[in-house]
Design a protein around this ligand. Structure first.
Ligand code: ADP
Length: 625
């Protein structure tokens, strides 16, 4: 999937940043303008200071006047520096919220965009680039304010100095201008060496870091010893370290050239300008103070000219980075959201969901997952979807939940194509538990209520108790306020896979949605635990439409209807007993799985025929047979 890329120019992106600041913290703009004015004021005070004092001496002014002039310029310069330092220290505090607002918008887009967009490589790449553009205080999304200040101060300084120097002689202006522009172009060409070679640098770095990380990866320590690959790793590490050193050396050489060129051009420019000023002074057209003034102004003029070009080249670079943020936020949606039909806020419980003549292929994939698939989920029905690895079980769930739209055919809710609805409304129909544990680093109660702003604590307790985990949670020192996730909270308790499953079950109960989806949520558990959990789900999901997915056939035998997916279609359909008596693919698969009969020690009642933990390899074996 590729969105039609809009073009965002430098001016457009600058206005975008100004709009963000106006929305979040307009002070940033005033601070930026003040920063620029202070730089120019400081430069003017420094420019006029010494010539003014010298002028006083030349004109033999009184001591009071001389001291007054010295005080005026010294205090002025000190004041400007103090204010600049104050701004410097405080503007970050003002700018960070603007950057955070932009990051917030990016995350909102990522969290709310349609699933195919989120899954697409183009969007993922764009998100990575946009993240780089907003990461840290030096990132373009924050540093751009310095660039704006730079442009403003350099343009202002340029105008003032131009006015000053054309008063003396336009030759000085011409020479300084030409030499400055030439100097800037040469040095930016050479300084662009790093940019032009960034790909090469990234490759060298990536390889070096890869081998360095592998060399110190504890999980590889055993292989390194057994297979004797330590020397090989060390050799590669040396090779890429050397490549890095060579690269740095080449870069330093290029930069040295830039410095030498700059020195030569400065020498030429200053030589001509100062020679000319000296000539005017010797001819008696300029006094010593004026000579000093114009002498300093000629140097300063160069700085403004280079400053203007440098700032615009920074703006160009930063604007390119900002494009990633804007392309991400404006990424074209493939589903209807607010514009779609609304589903009643109070969802009814007896929806019929139908996949009618559905053909689907993943973007970029070579073959269809489904061709002309028909399937109806009736109200209150417990439907099991089984099939080998890759048969399309998860894809079926994605279509049912509206994460993807079919290429042909339609998914219908009570006969209406779901493409017509606000997709977020449609998502509210489902409560799901997917294969990965998707609990977040928050409190137990927050996780159960899915971070509901108006969390009902009694309901949280009720749901957790129904899953049989109430005792365990109550026994924790912080009870329902215990944090999950050890990576974030050191005091987070270790929950077993089964306990986490129960928490997710409680979350599902709290959601109380009309349709319940269980997409192999127990893949990480052993067969007995899975069977146990599925029984629990069955009891708790009474009266709701539910879709149970598993590669372990025995776990879903209690369902009203089982469908076996094979070759992109429903190969068999019926109850467990009906399918067994048909003696087809389901019966064969069940027979194979039954050979791995697991008997729970001392727990006859829970022992499940056909339940086994085959893992990935086992699943594939079962599927191929
Ligand atoms: P199951 O859940 O039955 O194991 P899936 O629905 O995950 O199967 O996958 C069905 C087929 O679609 C497989 O061939 C798989 O490789 C392919 N597939 C799954 N996800 C993607 C994707 N995001 N992009 C391309 N192909 C995919």
């Amino acid at each position: 999937m590729k969105s039609d890329k809009k073009r965002y120019g430098m001016l457009d992106n600058s206005l975008f940043m100004i709009r963000q600041a106006m929305e979040t913290n307009p002070v940033v703009i005033w601070m930026m303008a003040l920063q620029a004015l202070l730089v120019v004021a400081g430069a003017l005070l420094e420019l006029y200071g010494v010539p003014a004092i010298l002028g006083n001496l030349e004109r033999k002014e009184s001591l009071g006047t001389l001291l007054g002039t010295i005080c005026f310029f010294s205090l002025g310069i000190m004041g400007v520096h103090a204010l600049s330092a104050y701004l410097e220290n405080n503007q970050m505090t003002a700018r960070v919220p603007v950057r955070l607002t932009i990051i917030g918008k990016m995350w909102k887009k990522v969290g709310t965009c349609s699933y195919p967009v989120r899954e697409s490589q183009d969007f993922t790449r764009l998100f990575a680039k946009a993240t780089d553009a907003t990461m840290g205080n030096g990132s373009p999304a924050e540093d751009i304010w310095n660039t704006f200040a730079g442009i403003l101060q350099n343009l202002l300084g340029f105008a003032i100095y131009l006015y000053l120097l054309t008063h003396v002689d336009s030759l000085i202006v011409a020479v300084t201008l030409i030499a400055s522009v030439a100097g800037f172009l040469v040095s930016s060409r050479i300084n662009g060496w790093g940019y032009r070679h960034r790909q090469e640098e990234a490759e060298i770095k990536n390889r070096f870091f890869y081998f360095r990380d592998k060399a110190r990866d504890r999980r590889l320590a055993k292989d390194v010893r057994i297979f004797g690959i330590g020397d090989w790793l060390e050799e590669l590490l040396d090779k890429w370290l050397k490549a890095q050193e060579d690269f740095h050396l080449r870069r330093e050489r290029a930069y040295l050239m830039a410095d030498l060129t700059d020195i030569a051009l400065t020498f030429l420019r200053n030589g001509i300008a100062y020679g000319w000023l000296l000539r005017l002074t010797l001819l008696g057209n300029l006094g010593a103070a004026e000579f000093l003034l114009y002498f300093t102004a000629a140097g300063g003029f160069t700085a403004w000219v280079s400053g203007i070009m440098g700032s615009f080249s920074d703006l160009h670079r930063q604007s390119m980075e900002l494009c990633h943020i804007r392309e991400l936020c404006d990424y074209e949606e493939v589903f209807l959201f607010q514009e779609g039909k609304q589903l009643a806020a109070d969802l009814k419980k007896d929806y019929v969901i139908e996949l009618r003549d559905v053909t689907f292929r993943y973007p970029g994939a070579e073959r269809n997952v489904f061709s002309h698939l028909n399937l109806t989920l009736h109200p209150g029905e417990k439907l099991a979807v089984v099939g080998a690895n890759g048969a399309g079980k998860t894809t079926l769930v994605k279509l049912l939940c509206g994460f993807y739209d079919p290429d042909e055919g339609a998914v219908l809710l009570d006969g209406v194509d779901i493409r017509e609805f606000n997709r977020r409304d449609y998502y509210r129909l489902f409560g799901a538990v997917f294969q990965d544990f998707s609990l977040l680093a928050g409190e137990v109660a927050e996780n159960v209520s899915s971070f509901d702003q108006e969390m009902d604590m009694n309901r949280v307790r009720e749901c957790v108790e129904k899953t049989g985990l109430g005792g365990k949670i109550e026994s924790l020192p912080k009870g329902y306020h215990t944090h999950l996730c050890k990576e974030v909270y050191e005091d987070a308790p270790e929950f077993s896979g089964g306990e986490l499953q129960r928490l997710m079950m409680a979350r599902l109960l709290y959601r109380d949605s009309p349709v319940m989806i269980l997409d192999e949520p127990t893949a990480a558990l052993d067969a007995l635990a899975e069977s146990d959990i599925y029984q629990k789900y069955r009891d708790l999901a009474k009266g709701k439409s539910s879709v149970f997915i598993s590669h372990r056939l025995a776990s879903t035998r209690f369902c009203d209807r089982i469908i076996l997916l094979e070759g992109g279609r429903v190969a068999e359909e019926g109850t467990h007993e009906e399918l067994l008596s048909m003696g087809g693919g389901y019966a064969r698969l069940f027979e194979i799985q039954s050979r791995y009969y697991v008997k729970e020690p001392g727990g006859e009642g829970k022992t499940e025929k056909g339940g086994f933990d085959c893992g990935k390899g086992g699943r594939e074996d079962a599927g191929q047979s």
